[in-house]
Design a protein around this ligand. Sequence first.
Ligand code: ZN
Ligand code: ZN
Length: 274
Amino acid sequence: MNFPGMDADSSRLLLQVWSGSYLMEAGRYLLVALLLWGGVHGLLRRRLAHRVISGWPRSADLRREIGYSLLSMAVFAGVSLGVVALIWNGQFVVYRQPGQYGWAWFWLSLPLMLVIHDAYFYWTHRLLHSRWLFRRFHGVHHRSRNPSPWAAYAFHPVEALINGLVTPLILWAVPVHGGVLLVFSLHQIIRNAHGHLSIETLPRGFARHWLGRHFTTTTHHHMHHENGRGNYGLWFTWWDRWCGTEQAHYLARFDAVTAARPEGDTEQALHSAA
Ligand SMILES: [Zn+2]
Ligand SMILES: [Zn+2]
């Protein structure tokens, strides 16, 4: 199959880049979601039963979450294809020598990219909650009231495209080291899957801790899935606090979810949460 205006070799190369990106992205997603699902929902199920935030995810939700996530990664791979083409064209710079643009930039670039991504996500997420966009696109992600780690990329393809554009937007503005880009994408899948865990694994007091309070938790995003309002943030709690969109009972809910397990309560917690 040749793409319009391209010879066979160029078309084959594009397909190889797309499929390579897809396999890499899907491999990471499946591995991280499987580890979290198998570890927390499997091995630690009894031990963490008292930390289930509002209920166990249903298998029908899991199947839908995996299906949409695999579809989203086809979109992400398309975005990666565009990024690779722009790198080849010299418009985007992904460099190899860590000191090439100064060591300060090498170390600062990752935190800065996370802050940019957080702001980008918060505002596009707010926009996706407008009635028109929610009904057509973002509602897909909210069909899971009790999400699982498999929901990490469970988006409508249009939302996947909006989310995937953050990397080319950053590369359009600044050069990024290849290793930084890798850590950026690994952080993304790990925290995204963790945010949809439905079980709070962070220590008691984390959400009020002087450092921990800046980071979103599973409870934070889970509450967003429960009622579709407030707690729009991705990595940090900042924008929700600045804009007054943090849910009023977030800290109290986190305290309740992470409270010590009553003695001998495992069976009851498993039963009532099921
Ligand atoms: Zn979500
Ligand atoms: Zn939402």
